[in-house]
Design a protein around this ligand. Structure first.
Ligand code: KIV
Length: 301
């Protein structure tokens, strides 16, 4: 009984704290406390992330194209589909700092297009930062977003939106020339006002060097543990799909297999008439009322 009570206490809804802001994230950075970020792609995953006491921020990443919508890459994702999913996540969030991606096709063609997409998202509320993949090519866009009060998270190293150009989903910056380029991109993003930078799939030595030489937080994925924080895609971390996981992911759970086992149990229970159970899963009806009903029903037959 005591164990059940403590489980209920641990997972039950507690009075929500205020939503974290960029300055809360910077406090962690200043204190050298690793910043923990996880993606959420719908209301359920948003709720789970928002309730985890060890998660600091939630990212609505365009990885949802691949893990929630079944596309082969992030390029196929329509802004409207992404917008719809973002709205679901936002409804689930009370406490965590929220970062939202600009998906492929929603910011490239002009500054206006970029600002319009970002403002449309910001108007949903609760968003603390907009994330964009790229560096120099986004200078005007990032500066303008900043001028309008929208904190920007940069994203360099492996940029999944550019996989056609970079030879697939491969680690970047593994030779000195590429590494220097990534370092320069990071310095540039800081210079033009980015507040956070995601470093994806680069060597740990490089992400360490970049992090040590910036005065804004870096959030790594496949970049080792010397960054200011880490981000993972929730479906990878919790084993929600049966896909091969990237080498840098630590699977903390296998929800996919656990769920199949649970559905098999449900199916077996139904087939063996063990579910629903008459005493626990059904609504009672007084015998007298049922007899009256039978008499009334006879008139309909
Ligand atoms: O879209 C995403 O989930 C991301 C993370 C991999 C950083 O950008």
């Amino acid at each position: 009984m005591t164990i059940i009570r403590s489980i209920i206490r641990k997972y039950s809804t507690h009075p929500p704290k205020r939503q974290s802001s960029l300055s809360d994230i910077y406090k962690l950075y200043k204190n050298k406390t690793p910043i923990t970020v996880i993606t959420a792609h719908d209301y359920i995953t948003g709720k789970i992330a928002d309730k985890s006491s060890e998660i600091d921020a939630i990212l609505v990443g365009d990885s949802l194209a691949m893990v929630a919508k079944g596309h082969p890459s992030t390029l196929e994702l329509e802004f409207d589909d992404f917008y719809y999913s973002t709205k679901s996540v936002i409804r689930s969030i009370n406490e965590k700092f929220l970062i939202v991606d600009l998906p492929f096709g929603s910011f490239e063609s002009s500054i206006n297009q970029c600002i319009d997409s970002a403002i449309k998202l910001m108007k949903l509320g609760k968003i603390g930062s907009i994330k964009l993949e790229g560096s120099y090519e986004l200078t005007d866009r990032i500066k303008t977003l900043n001028n309008f009060g929208i904190p920007v998270t940069g994203h360099i190293g492996l940029q999944p939106q550019k996989f056609n150009l970079t030879g697939g989903f491969k680690a970047q910056g593994r030779n000195s020339i590429q590494a220097l380029e990534i370092f320069k991109q990071a310095l540039h993003l800081q210079e033009i006002g980015c507040k956070l930078i995601v470093l994806e799939c680069i060597p740990e030595k490089l992400s360490h060097y970049v992090t040590e030489n910036l005065n804004i937080p870096t959030i790594g994925i496949g970049a080792g543990n010397k960054t200011s924080g880490q981000v993972l895609v929730m479906s990878d971390a919790l084993g929600m799909l049966d896909n091969k996981l990237p080498k840098f992911v630590n699977p903390y759970l296998n929800i996919h297999n656990l769920s199949i086992d649970a559905l098999n149990n449900y199916g077996n229970d139904v087939k063996n008439l063990n579910f629903p159970n008459s005493s626990t899963h059904t609504y009672p009806m007084n015998d007298e009322e049922f007899e009256k009903f039978q008499k009334l029903a006879q008139t309909c037959i």
